[in-house]
Design a protein around this ligand. Sequence first.
Ligand code: ADP
Ligand code: ASP
Ligand code: MG
Length: 426
Amino acid sequence: MARIVMKFGGTSMAGTERIRRVAQIVRKQAAGGNEVAVVVSAMAGETDRLVNFAREAHALYDPAEYDVVVASGEQVTSGLLALTLQSLGQKARSWLGWQLPVRTIEAHAKARVDSIDGEALLASMAEGTIAVIPGFQGMSAEGRVTTMGRGGSDTSAVAVAAAVGADRCDIYTDVDGVYTTDPRIVAKARKLKAVTYEEMLELASVGAKVLQTRSVSLAMKEGVRIQVLSSFVDDSATPADDLPGTLIVSEDEMERMVEEGLMERKLVTGIAHDKNEAKIILTRVPDKPGAVAEIFGPLAEASINVDMIIQNVGRDKGETDVTFTIPQTDLARAQALLEDKREAIGYNRIITDSHIAKISVVGVGMKSHAGVASDMFRALAERGINIQAITTSEIKVSVMIDEDETELAVRVLHTAYGLDAESEPA
Ligand code: ADP
Ligand code: ASP
Ligand code: MG
């Protein structure tokens, strides 16, 4: 007998018919004598719809009220899945974030899981009632509803898996695993049998939205075993217990798989893109100590994450331009904040641009090999793609380019690093 946490994303939960299919998959997993808890997302498109309502109500919305609105999508699907399981003769009940509770800390709209009381879930599983938990939602120390950032149901699932000591956390989505790049962009993308936590963390943080970044860091910290697999399968498909999807594994486990010939080591493991950042340029900032702190201090206080930063070479008269990127969703708030601080910072103009994309190549092989970055720059240059900014980490190189060139850049790099599958997946 195993204890399994199963998570179903938005496309898997999109409508009563899809939910019925999910209920069958859940029931099959439970039928083998396993203890099962399920975490669900809102129906595909629902969270976007709710976010738009909040924005229309107030462009500079109060994040606490935003959370009240957007958390509702998961409440609907958790109730519907519990009902559908019951209609199949399976005992099930829903547990909302505040009922468990899923305690969270930090900012609304990007809350972090602090702790989950696993007791009620363990009792429910032990007596054969499937617990259905809405992903994405939690409760703040003040007792208010919180949400965990877009894609947060993945993190809910991993947190639940850690809380109940699950043997595995199966993340069901609309693709059958983690690929070398988004298979919806590159038809020649290859499915990976396994990826290390470290690489998956980096891939997720630069835009491979198949797993939320925090879900990977939490799984790494708590030692939760994750499998990514598809819910779009019929009864003849390989059972989840036989691991048909992609496993997220430790470095040691990966070494073993490579030695056994199950995995091939490549310099670059995957390529990701992110169109959700926006660029801000502040012109003629005083080129003196403390100026940059005046810009980034208030942004940090407002929990706005800054990614790439370029401080251009100083102009005449001790002035310089500062360029940086932030999440597009924070652009209106950041702009309002910076306009407020204009006197204190002493800049001349603020220019914003959402028409950018970040393309990143990731691989642990980079730790011991030089030349990955220069190969990237050459491959992009050969196709006339202009690079606006660059950042690197130990296992990643990212470039900022024009958003219109995203797909081309990803394809070109996928080929350049020898990642193309020999034949396209069926
Ligand atoms: P869910 O609603 O199930 O949470 P998401 O849309 O959040 O699903 O994530 C699944 C999507 O992630 C896929 O449909 C795919 O387009 C995208 N994706 C991006 N990069 C990758 C990758 N490297 N491997 C697999 N899928 C990826
Ligand atoms: N429904 C939320 C979102 O769309 C959370 C999730 O699906 O993971 O971001
Ligand atoms: Mg997701």
